[in-house]
Write a protein that binds this ligand. Structure first.
Ligand code: ZN
Length: 401
């Protein structure tokens, strides 16, 4: 069952006939289990619309298929740039008085706006529901619909600043979501849409950034097109660099109507990415079979989040992983989906004499700390690589090892 089928682009509605990057049927990344059994797989086909150039999942799984079975799944989104962003907003709207946050990642921004003297509010999330569970993103994005947001606008009035961070890339209907936010905006109000920029991982041919929870993979141009086609004027698209992924913030105001778009043709970014997958996969499978050794007891993977899980399953190397290592106590004892081993802590890795290769799936800014912790492994000759293709020590760059 899928919310949207392949026949139309989820941004411009044009038919998509171009060839997909097909990752095959993969387990949902948040489906950790206690017995290692994988129930249900989802076909991941990624396509680029030749008309508006939006890179997207051909079929987005329905929200209910993505709601985690375990209560501890949570997300982190970047915050380091928010001081700079708030300065920009205040410069654009010095008289702004009221701001609204519309998702689970708004608190750090709202706190800073309070510091600038604004009154802030958060969108009611009627479906938040289950105690002891983190409000789940798919539930949030399902609330970005016209009926719910119009009712909120009637109840609360309009706002000078409305922020929507890290939700739009999850929604299967981004155009409808942006249109639905409009009643919450004052006539001269600003709408902020923040998404991860996909251009770095596409250029690096890094496939672990693909994710069944991201329906849309925006870059600067397609974020602008989304805004204009949804009936907004783009005041600025701000870029805040990250090593693997930049943050893109579109600052918008309501326009008189949607801007129509001329067909763009393919972007040049997607085709080499799509075409590089099969060769990378074949090479990695061979390389991992050799590194794993006859007893498949030599490879550890450190940092078990959705990047690590996508890396292992999309490349078909999950069964070569002897140790799935993560020091998050919530994950201990759970099998990452598709793996044959449960998650263990780093003390198990330090004690395992058979391991000869350790792969990092951790953010670059904490890799140094992890290396320090694992110094005894380096001392006995264990090789370290990153799963991230853009980094110098990427396993994908080292076919000889
Ligand atoms: Zn399109």
């Amino acid at each position: 069952m899928h919310t949207r089928s392949s026949f139309g682009c989820r941004l411009c509605g044009q038919p998509i006939n171009s060839q997909a990057l097909s990752l095959g049927g993969l387990p949902v990344c948040n489906r950790f289990t206690l017995d290692g059994h994988v129930e249900g797989r989802t076909n991941l086909d990624i396509v680029e619309c030749a008309s508006c150039q939006l890179i997207q999942l051909r079929d987005a799984p329905p929200p209910e298929a993505l709601v985690p079975a375990v209560p501890w799944i949570r997300y982190r989104e970047p915050e380091g740039h928010l001081d700079a962003l708030v300065e920009q907003l205040v410069a654009l709207r010095p008289h702004a008085r009221r701001a609204l946050g519309t998702g689970p990642f708004e608190q750090p921004l709202l706190t800073r706006l309070v510091g600038k003297g604004l009154d802030v509010a958060e969108l009611d999330m009627d479906a938040s529901g289950t105690p002891g569970r983190y409000p789940y993103l798919e539930t949030w994005q399902a609330r970005l619909n016209a009926a719910h947001l119009s009712a909120q606008a009637v109840q609360r009035g309009a706002f000078d600043i409305v922020s929507c961070r890290y939700l739009i890339e999850h929604t299967s209907e981004p155009l409808a979501a942006l249109q639905a936010l409009r009643p919450l905006l004052d006539a001269k109000g600003l709408l902020l849409i923040e998404v991860p920029d996909s251009s770095k991982f596409l250029a690096a041919r890094d496939y672990c950034f693909l994710w069944e929870e991201h329906s849309c993979y925006f870059v600067d141009d397609t974020l602008r097109r989304l805004a204009e086609m949804s009936g907004y004027r783009v005041l600025a698209v701000l870029r805040y660099p990250g090593v693997l992924e930049d943050a893109l913030v579109a600052v918008l105001e309501a326009a008189d109507g949607p801007t129509s778009m001329a067909a763009q043709g393919p972007s040049g970014l997607f085709q080499p990415y799509r075409d590089g997958f099969a060769k990378t996969r074949a090479r990695l499978r061979e390389q991992f079979a050799a590194l794993a050794g006859p007893d498949r007891n030599r490879i550890a993977l450190f940092g078990i989040g959705h990047h690590a899980i996508m890396f292992a399953n999309a490349f078909g190397i999950a069964d070569t992983i002897a140790l799935a290592v993560d020091d998050d106590p919530d994950k201990a004892g759970f099998f990452p989906p598709g793996f044959r081993v449960p998650v263990v802590g780093s003390e198990r890795l330090l004690a395992d004499e058979a391991i000869t290769t350790c792969l990092f799936a951790v953010a670059p800014h904490i890799e140094g700390k992890v290396r320090d912790k694992l110094a005894p492994l380096a001392a006995r000759g264990v090789t370290f690589h990153s799963i991230y293709a853009a980094l110098d020590n990427a396993i994908t760059k080292d076919p000889a090892s």
